[in-house]
Design a binder for this molecule. Structure first.
Ligand code: C5P
Length: 289
């Protein structure tokens, strides 16, 4: 990303949304097979790495991220040093992406930390080595390492087909102000699945190869998550009523996002959503094209 200054490197950690997400099967170990389309957003955190003997992490910004030792940046950095030796780094994470939001912030931070640590090596290991570590840190980390603004992912989300993204579009991300743990959301899905049985709908990847979804886009987390947080269903309806061409829960939530065709419509929608939901945070960003 930016050139090293005083021995430090800085990497951007972009947020993602899921333009499509289907949960396909539950593995014996409890993990789920899924298929999804990731789209990167301009909204980002930054990770700065300065060479140092051990690994340490400080976090700036107003986002609550929990204990440092549980931070995916820390876990990724320790896994990197364990696997490949060499020096460690003092890591500084500047947080803007809400946590527990379905925006892949923690995974993206981990990916940025791996890229930064690799750049500090006299001979960088390259993406393949980082992907191997990344997949052990979190299911969304590989997407954030793959370098594509859009990708189709399957398996646990670690198998990727890079896609070309269409030109940048305005995206509104609505942060309701509470977090949802991914593991809990999968559990809610499993309960609902047992109760009702899911009827899979066919998905044609060509629809999202160089285009945007419409209001019929699918995220299998919506039913179980909206059942527990009905306010989120209302946020989705509000975004669609303000002119979003598509609005979905992102990942397992708790954020809901809308994709807009037009900047003026998006700006007006942001004001209307903020008026209707004074407790929510409306983040206006764009997709990466
Ligand atoms: O991979 P990540 O750490 O984000 O996953 C958090 C939790 O979500 C896992 O511990 C697991 O319970 C659940 N999960 C799953 N299937 C996936 C990804 C995550 O069941 N494909």
């Amino acid at each position: 990303m930016s050139a090293p200054t005083g021995g430090s490197v800085v990497e951007r950690a972009h947020a993602k949304v899921n333009l499509h997400l289907r949960i396909l099967a539950r593995e014996a170990g409890g993990y789920h097979q899924l298929e999804t389309v990731f789209q990167a957003l301009e909204l980002h955190d930054t990770v700065e790495a300065t060479p140092e003997g051990g690994v340490s992490l400080s976090v700036d910004g107003s986002i609550e991220t929990g204990p440092i030792d549980d931070n995916l940046v820390m876990r990724a950095a320790l896994a990197f040093v364990d696997a490949h030796g060499g020096g460690g780094a003092r890591l500084r994470l500047t947080k803007r992406i809400p946590a527990g939001a379905g925006l892949g912030g923690g995974s993206s931070d981990a990916a940025a930390a791996l890229r930064a640590l690799d750049r500090l090596r006299p001979e960088p290991l390259g993406t393949a080595a980082l992907l191997e570590i990344g997949a052990t840190v979190g299911s969304d980390v590989p997407f954030h390492l793959c370098g594509a603004p859009r990708a189709f992912a399957w398996g646990r989300g670690e198998r990727l087909l890079r896609l070309q993204a269409p030109p940048s579009r305005p995206v509104l991300v609505i942060d309701p102000g509470f977090a949802i743990a991914t593991g809990a959301a999968f559990g809610w899905y499993d309960e609902k699945e047992a109760a009702h049985g899911a009827v899979p709908r066919a998905f044609d990847l060509d629809d999202l190869r160089f285009d945007w979804p419409d209001a019929s886009a699918v995220n299998d987390f919506e039913d179980p998550v909206f059942a527990r947080h009905p306010g989120l269903r209302a946020v989705k309806a509000l975004l669609l009523s303000t002119g979003a061409r598509a609005a979905l829960l992102s990942g397992s939530g708790a954020c809901v996002f809308g994709v807009f065709d037009d900047d003026a419509v998006a700006a007006e929608a942001a004001a209307r959503v903020q008026d209707s939901l004074p407790a929510a945070r409306v983040l206006a960003t764009r997709s990466i094209g």
